[in-house]
Design a binder for this molecule. Sequence first.
Ligand SMILES: [Zn+2]
Length: 367
Amino acid sequence: MSARHSLGNERFEAVLVRIETATGRPCRRNGDTVQCHCPAHDDANPSLSVSVRDDGGVLLHCHAGCESKAILSALNLTWHDLRADSPRASRVVAATYDYTNANARLLFQVVRFDPKSFAQRRPDGNGGWIWNIKNVQRPLYRLPELLTADKSSWVFVPEGEKDADNLRALGLVATCNPGGAGKWGKLADDSALHGRRVAIIADADAAGQKHAQDVAQRLHDKAAELRVFEMPDGRKDATAWIESRDSLGPDDLRRALIEMAENAPVWTQKTAENAAPLPDPEVRRIAQSVGRYSVNVDSNAFPLTETGNAEFTVALYGERLRYDHRRRRWLVWAEDWWVDDNNKEVTRLAIDAARSLSENLGFPRGV
Ligand SMILES: [Zn+2]
């Protein structure tokens, strides 16, 4: 056994993070040897030695006698994850987000890993974790703060916890549902938002827009005010926008976000249902400017009708767009299903394609 290669070994570091996350206590590095509290028994003194094997894999040894199998189980890892060629254990915990009941009792955590993926875990009652939230009630994120916040403040509702935390860091009230887009309906209760001024920030993609509309629909007639908007300048979400404004201080950022909420149109069921089925003259104009540079698509082949517009745009961006002639609506491919577009993705795709084409060909931006 050699511990010489432990420093800078990503798998090794990731296992240490796992142990620290599971035990809630830091591992101690003593040269190349690392001592941790054992996650598999009630460990007053750090009795788990962690080292790197000659083959690059990770070795766990509990001096109190716990079997490796029990230690792995407490870490939600398998033998395979300790092997030198395993990719899975190399993900590290990037952040944890607590979900509590109204009295601030921890119900579960959402864990974000790097590379980006998510898992959920709940306390097992013995200082460890159970890696699922089966039969656990799902509250709004940061529920106690939401309940005590000034009722006249805007409550910002982005898609995920990272955005909510970044908004909160600016002094705003923010919440979201666990699980991200499409999971609002699994909340135990969203009554903390009833009677409140709610500003929903839609992620700038089809799934994000669909989620924002779903949230608005569910809070319709319950929230005192309801606004839905996207971040300006094509930024994907609140975090991306805040990061793009690094010259502004928190007060300016907070004021700007409140202004966005105030200036966003009031959301009503009627406006959502009556949204125009096509962005026509605009998309037609953009699509034609793309078509001029496209060798594959002749814009003149499509009649100047609504159906012609639709078919022309589908010819250009067919894999990601469909036009439902019967319902006169655009549908956009959102990872694994077709969703109503409300026109925004169509416009975005057309503009993106037009820009990249005109730039690649050395044309000035025409749109
Ligand atoms: Zn042990």
